[in-house]
Design a protein around this ligand. Structure first.
Ligand code: ADP
Ligand code: ZN
Ligand code: ZN
Length: 747
């Protein structure tokens, strides 16, 4: 019925003065679509509308107004022209949701990553707005103290929750924030059952925090230099290369203070698992102004609320992961990227953007200062700094006089048997634990064991859908693929030879945990990985070992980031050689970043830290340079290798990827793509098509073409041409090829 009506409407000739608007929709279309604008008020780009498309009515974003009279003439000179242009059905917003700078950024993303403008624009919006829901804040849940009584509480966490709420001037906090700090409903119910607390539904707002903010620290000379170099009157980009604990966060706080004093909003982007309660509470203690938080633990509604607070200027500080870059902040005055090297800033599916790079672009467009901070900067950013495009600052000392940890190697060639940890490692752990300290054991592999082997015939359990081994899991006992999720019961005998000699090979965190339990049955032991944290907050789990007691944390990279665990004095890296395998030219860079990141967990308090790396290649140059000269020396070596091999950052790179159930099909598609590239005169380096390093995944065979050009502009020009062809071929249903510009993960 609705579409009949709209057809009827569109068959009427349009009045002379009807504007024509461009509307972007979430469809893989090359450009925005033209519609007639039937409303009295002027069309404003950035507002959402409902438009007819085919026989549906869908949400669109007003992207532009066609005021080019030539375009109009062309339309009206076509036969039946007035009959073709359908009118916009409904205007959903009174004011634009995306301002002109974000619309411009969307256009840039669309061009640079060769993605449809509509899909880019919809990626920028919180998901409830994509669906056409109202852009107004909803009520949010708060937990609040409703009695001033102080009864003795049993649980430690209940006590902590009571304390946290009692600290607040109005004795209440949004549930989303409390969850981030590791509190859950059972802690709350403990208080509720005693009549101490209640749940309230309130409009999002910020009660004035009338606690006195904690004062800024006196900066040391290195920090002082950076703060002075940050200018608030135009674009300037700074790379802060500072070891863990050197006071980067303190610098962020003080630069933010300066921007706030000028009436500006500030944006801090952190890695996916870097948004810790400690970081948040440091910000809350320093600033009384409202902070918007955008993290993955929010519901759609909560996310929208935070987004709106930033957009209407109420929130003066915005902290979030990758996608928070696109939050509208009308008075933005400073952008900070913490852990700028972190892989999670690159989106790995859909619109494959690199948030760090786009942040620098946004700062340049808006004329703002931007700070990139890391203990292990990406080679891309270091290169930019060495070239003078970014100002490079070193923070070489730990700010609070703590000493950087001492790194030692454990030679695993001497080590035999089924234990993950060498005797030397166990002995060193015992020493630290005996002194009442905590130990972090790092192994970036979850599950019980990474493979199942038949010792009779050498059969290994492989995933039927992927080019990958099945991982042995317990509770329930099963084989599981970490790439497609496929599961299978552990066979009782070898499917190949019938032997019962099946062995779990190698170590995952679960097996490691059980070995540690045998060694220290009396000590608290907490495992942190994706399996252990399901449905639980990291903070809650970490709180299981009190700061003043010895204990062991074992876990994957989830443990490596951000969390301040001051009682850890020893970090054990179980498999220091993990990064030597693999085809990616960034393997060693990533390995060094990861090692130093976990190493940074050691000795953050007033106690000296130590790091033990278990390796079968302890004399390898990688470890030697890392220990004696540090990350920058390694980075310089790699940069010169990349230069001689013409790899990023000395070349611009893109990949083309085809996935197909039949390998020959994927290959054939890329062969066509290659022919097109050669026919259009591609003059960079082209490798492939070749099987992807992981040649099969989720039942799809995967092939790649690698493209390199010495100049970014040259690559873009080629991709532009190529993309037009690709788009036409895809429309015709002939091809399905993914394009990744500046790819990060080549697996
Ligand atoms: P990073 O972010 O580089 O890891 P932080 O800013 O967290 O470093 O600083 C590490 C520790 O040193 C924190 O406890 C912080 O309060 C303290 N700190 C930072 N700057 C100073 C300073 N100028 N004087 C004293 N302590 C400082
Ligand atoms: Zn699989
Ligand atoms: Zn066998």
């Amino acid at each position: 019925m609705g579409c009949m009506q709209s057809d009827l409407f569109s068959s009427l000739p349009l009045p002379e003065a009807t504007p024509i608007v461009l509307v972007a929709v979430a469809r893989p279309l090359a450009s925005a679509l033209s519609y007639a604008w039937p409303f009295d008020q002027a069309p404003r780009p950035g507002c959402r509308v409902l438009v007819p498309l085919g026989n549906k009515v869908i949400v669109g974003i007003l992207f532009g107004v066609e005021n080019n009279s030539e375009a109009k003439d062309q339309l009206s000179s076509k036969p039946n022209s007035g009959f073709q242009l359908k009118p916009v059905k409904e205007l959903l917003d009174n004011a634009p949701l995306l301002d002109s700078s974000l619309l411009k950024q969307a256009q840039f993303i669309s061009q640079y990553y060769h993605q449809p403008i509509g899909e880019v624009l919809f990626t920028l919006l919180p998901s409830s707005l994509r669906k056409g829901e109202s852009a107004s804040p909803s009520l949010v849940r708060y937990w609040a103290l409703c009695s001033a009584e102080k009864i003795k509480l049993r649980g430690q966490r209940q006590q902590a929750l009571w304390q946290r709420l009692n600290e607040q001037p109005d004795k209440q906090l949004p549930v989303s924030e409390l969850r981030l700090q590791g509190f859950n409903r059972s802690h709350f119910q403990g208080l509720q059952n005693k009549g101490l607390a209640e749940e309230r539904l309130l409009p999002v707002s910020y009660a004035a925090n009338n606690k006195a903010p904690s004062p800024a620290l006196q900066l040391n000379a290195e920090q002082q230099q950076v703060l002075q170099a940050v200018k608030h009157d135009g674009f300037n980009c700074h790379l802060i290369f500072g070891i863990t604990g050197s006071g980067k966060t303190e610098l962020y706080l003080q630069s933010i203070e300066q921007a706030l004093a000028r009436g500006k909003q500030c944006l801090l982007l952190v890695p996916e698992i870097g948004l810790t309660p400690q970081l948040l509470s440091r910000f809350q203690q320093r600033f009384t102004l409202p902070i918007a938080l955008l993290h993955s633990g929010l519901s759609d509604q909560e996310r929208l609320n935070q987004w709106l607070l930033a957009a209407n200027g109420q929130a003066r500080i915005i902290i979030g992961t990758r996608s928070a870059l696109f939050v509208p902040a009308p008075e933005l005055g400073l952008i900070i990227i913490d852990e700028e090297h972190d892989p999670s800033f690159k989106q790995q599916d859909g619109i494959r953007y690199q948030a760090r790079d786009l942040a620098v672009k946004r700062a340049a467009d808006l004329g703002l200062p931007i700070l990139l901070g890391s203990a292990t900067p990406s080679l891309e950013s270091l290169h930019n700094a060495y070239q003078g495009r970014y100002q490079l600052h070193y923070l070489r000392q730990r700010a609070n006089d703590a000493q950087p940890p001492f790194i030692d190697m454990v030679d695993m060639r001497q080590h035999q048997g089924s234990q993950a940890l060498a005797d030397k490692t166990l002995k060193r752990m015992q020493e630290h634990l005996q002194q009442g300290n905590q130990v972090l054991v790092f192994l970036n592999r979850r599950g019980y064991a990474p493979s199942l082997l038949c010792s009779q015939c050498g059969w290994l359990a492989d995933c039927p859908n992927c080019d990958a081994r099945l991982v042995v899991h317990q509770q329930p006992e099963r084989l599981q693929c970490h790439h497609c999720g496929w599961q299978h019961p552990v066979p009782s005998c070898c499917p190949s030879c019938g032997s019962h000699e099946l062995h779990a090979l190698g170590h995952g965190t679960v097996r490691l945990e059980s070995q540690l339990q045998q060694h220290w049955p009396q000590l608290p032991l907490v495992r942190i990985d994706r399996d252990s944290t399901q449905g639980k907050q990291l903070a809650e789990q970490l709180a299981q070992i009190p700061e003043d007691q010895p204990g062991i944390f074992v876990g994957t990279q989830m443990l490596a980031k951000g969390h301040h665990l001051p009682s850890i004095t020893l970090v054990v890296v179980v498999d220091g050689d993990a990064g030597f395998q693999g085809p990616d030219f960034r393997n060693l860079e990533r390995m060094a970043q990861q090692l130093l990141q976990v190493a940074g967990r050691a000795g953050r308090g007033d106690r000296l830290g130590e790091v033990l790396i278990q390796s079968r290649y302890p004399e390898h140059g990688f470890f030697q340079v890392l220990r004696q000269q540090g990350y920058e020396q390694l980075a310089k070596q790699w940069l010169s290798e990349r230069q001689s091999q013409q790899l990023p950052p000395f070349a611009a790179m893109a990949t083309l990827r085809a996935d197909h159930e039949q390998g020959e099909q994927a290959l054939a598609q890329l062969q066509q793509a290659k022919q097109q590239l050669l026919a259009q005169g591609f003059n960079g380096r082209l490798l492939g098509p070749v099987p992807a390093p992981m040649s099969k995944r989720q039942g799809m065979h995967r092939y790649l073409i690698y493209l390199y050009c010495s100049q970014r502009a040259q690559l873009q020009q080629q991709l532009q041409l190529f993309h037009q062809w690709l788009y036409q071929s895809s429309l015709a249903g002939r091809l399905s090829i993914g394009l990744d510009v500046d790819p990060y993960d080549l697996g």
